[in-house]
Design a protein around this ligand. Structure first.
Ligand code: SR1
Ligand code: MG
Length: 425
């Protein structure tokens, strides 16, 4: 039984102070008595309850899993244990990239509840990008987070015993892996029950994507990589709704989909969400053409995230490669540092190719599947929305199918620009 000595029960704004009042870590942080605390529910994600709880001394976040998918309702049950995986991912991410994620104040496994740091005046990055706001250090922070968590959570850095134990621990996050396997890699490519898209405008392109043999073969290669290649501990759901920013800070939240998977996955998902923000800009422009410069800024951010990723991953490869793989005995210790550089180049090429593929399928599923994105959904004019979405779909298809032949970020960005300018039939 948990510290609250109760069987699992979802919190409400009314019950929260009394139910959490006896937990020392929470009570001390909030200050005063539970009767002095106020709570509001602000969860706008697809799965959980999220409360902002304010006390006389401090304000915290209390996140609690629900036993079902909030977006769909209780017809889709979902285990509470996802809070356990989120907690374990958060404490690992805090070690691997200090300061990037909320500090955990209290975890209650029975209540599927995490009390953690409240970021204010931060806003969700997705909203920030829709408003056309710029940020100086965003790419640096995101590139570092992706590289540090990818490298330090992998067998390039971890010893055998810790690594095996951790892979076994996160292997239990079965249902959330299943959501990604199904919603990202399968559903967009056939007429799945929960799919929806802007219709009739996108009907033609949707039919052609679902008939596209090359695309469907590549999508299943990517699914195989996701399911089989336990290279590192991933965030698992790193989109722009999982990032909070002020004009000079960047924080990463919500790693409940954490799993061991391929190194290019988190960066691919993240860049997909920037590319969709890029294609959505005409739908948010104050007047035609008003967001053209801003679109270029988004492409600059994409390029810088990848540049920072490569540079930090390479730095860690040279300085912290103490794990199971690519042992120094074989390279540096034999006075062959160039051999280690050769191996690094091969690993980065593989991450790059995977990253492009995951980026493309994420762009498809956020347009055709169950869970869409606000950048597109808030464009009221159906024709305008369809025009933005169709470009994202086309770009996604190109990078999935041609990723083995796309060697440079410049080439990818030129393709994005070309498709943005194209007259679509
Ligand atoms: C049923 S959950 C749908 C989506 O919401 C989450 O944020 C994940 O992205 C998941 O795929
Ligand atoms: Mg989430």
């Amino acid at each position: 039984m948990s510290a609250t000595s109760q069987a699992y029960e979802p919190l409400t704004t009314e019950t929260l102070p009394a139910r959490l009042g006896s937990i020392g870590a929470i009570a001390q942080r909030l200050g005063g008595a539970p009767a002095d605390w106020s709570a509001r529910e602000v969860g706008d994600g697809n799965l959980n309850l999220v409360f902002i709880v304010e006390g006389p001394r401090d304000t915290i976040i209390v996140k609690q899993a629900l036993p079902y998918v909030r977006l769909v309702g209780d017809s889709w049950p979902l285990p509470l244990k996802r809070a356990f995986f989120e907690y374990h991912a958060l404490i690992r991410q805090a070690r691997r990239d200090p300061g990037s994620v909320p500090e955990v104040y209290h975890f209650d496994e029975d209540q599927a509840l995490i009390a953690m740091q409240f970021f204010t005046p931060h806003v969700i990055l997705r909203k920030y990008l829709m408003e056309g706001r710029r940020h100086q250090t965003l790419a640096q922070a995101l590139g570092l987070f992706c590289a540090r968590t990818a490298f330090r959570g992998s067998d390039l850095h971890m010893d055998t015993a810790k690594r095996k134990a951790d892979v076994a621990l996160f292997a239990g996050n079965v249902e959330l892996c299943d959501i990604t396997e199904t919603l990202v890699f399968t559903d967009p490519y056939f007429d799945a029950e929960m799919n929806h898209h802007t219709s009739p405008q996108l009907d033609g392109i949707v039919a052609s994507l679902r008939a596209d043999v090359d695309l469907k073969v590549e999508a299943q290669h990517l699914k195989a990589a996701f399911a089989n290649n336990a290279e590192t501990l991933l965030h698992g759901d790193l989109h722009t709704g999982s990032v909070m920013v002020t004009d000079d800070e960047t924080k990463i939240i919500d790693p409940e989909f954490a799993l061991y998977g391929p190194m290019g996955f988190d960066t691919g998902m993240l860049l997909a969400n920037f590319f969709m923000a890029y294609y959505a800009q005409p739908g948010h422009a104050e007047k035609p053409g008003a967001r053209t410069d801003y679109q270029e800024w988004i492409l600059d951010v994409i390029a810088e995230i990848w540049e920072v990723f490569v540079s930090e991953f390479s730095r860690l490869w040279r300085s912290e490669r103490n794990g199971i793989l690519y042992r120094r005995e074989l390279y540096e210790d034999q006075n062959q540092p160039l051999a280690a550089e050769q191996a690094l180049g091969h690993r980065l090429d593989a991450i790059w190719r995977d990253m492009l593929g995951f980026c493309g399928v994420e762009m498809h599923r956020r347009t055709l599947g169950l869970a869409h994105i606000a950048e597109y959904d808030t464009i009221k004019d159906d024709d305008m929305r369809a025009s933005c979405e169709a470009r994202g779909l086309e770009f996604g298809r190109q990078i999935v199918v041609n990723r083995a032949r796309m060697g440079q970020m410049g080439q990818v960005l030129d393709l994005a620009r070309l498709i943005a300018r194209e007259t679509l039939s």
